[in-house]
Ligand binder design. Sequence first.
Ligand code: TRP
Length: 324
Amino acid sequence: MPKPILISGIQPTGRLHLGNYLGALRNFVELQNSGKYQCLFFVADLHSLTAADFDAAKKQEEILGVARAYLAAGVDPKKSSVFVQSHIAESSELAWVFNTLAPVGELERMTQYKDKSAGRESVNVGLLTYPLLMAADILLYDAAVVPVGEDQLQHLELTRTLARKFNNRFGDTFVEPQPLMTKTPRVMSLTDPSKKMSKSLPEGCLFLDDSPADVKKKIMRAVTDSDSKVTFDPVQKAGVSNLLLIYEALSGKSVASLEKKYAGKGYGQFKADLADLAVVALAPFRELKPKTSNLKAALAAGDRKAKKLASAKMKDAKKKLGLL
Ligand code: TRP
């Protein structure tokens, strides 16, 4: 029995940060190393074109940056395939087919679309049809499982609906994928723990390629509160609680054991220890810069593998549609 296919993608939009690592990359590597799946990881460059601040001059570097981060995090091109979404023209082709199957109303009800379009006078159609390209990314490869965050669950449900719809109407073609929800911490901004860590709040964001000095500075300046107790209370002590969750994720020590360890010690030592941990955890992203030639070779192999699966599936879909 071949192993079930697992697929996920990350958009190349600026520098990756600790939230991407703990929420996605690290989890991908664990799934790869479980040996249970045939993993495909891609750079969702076409999706990133929908961003309002998209910058063509930086795009190539951002695409390679995500690919490099996959490898630095531990994705092994001998075990998994890494490729670039736009190199596989079939995903755009299949997305068009899904454009003809999905009701506009269903896309307008997607939470991410509502959030991104709220209050804007003009939004590009790509923001609306974004989940159809995502469905194509998944269904083209017969993916059985898709590790995604909470925010993408609705899109995955739509993907399942489209697979069923196509299969019912045109004959069995696509596999209905299952979401794989792994418990990952929601990493909040170090400067505003009411917001998710993001590049738009750079002072509160630990970028994967930050220098050790910057990592330390940002953690030492992270907002806490005035009671000096290292205890977990996400409502009253959101800043400290966020640091505790990051500490737990990086060290494998439970929040409860950390509370004990730092009882009566104040924030200084706690933050200094966390900064040391973060510097070590991020070291591969600073130091393990794979050679561009190795990176390109890994991407070329990934493209070949993805292309093979995608072209066979697209051919099948076209036959079912009467296009071939
Ligand atoms: N939309 C996803 C995100 O922003 C990225 C993505 C694109 C993706 N296509 C995908 C994730 C297919 C999983 C499977 O996080």
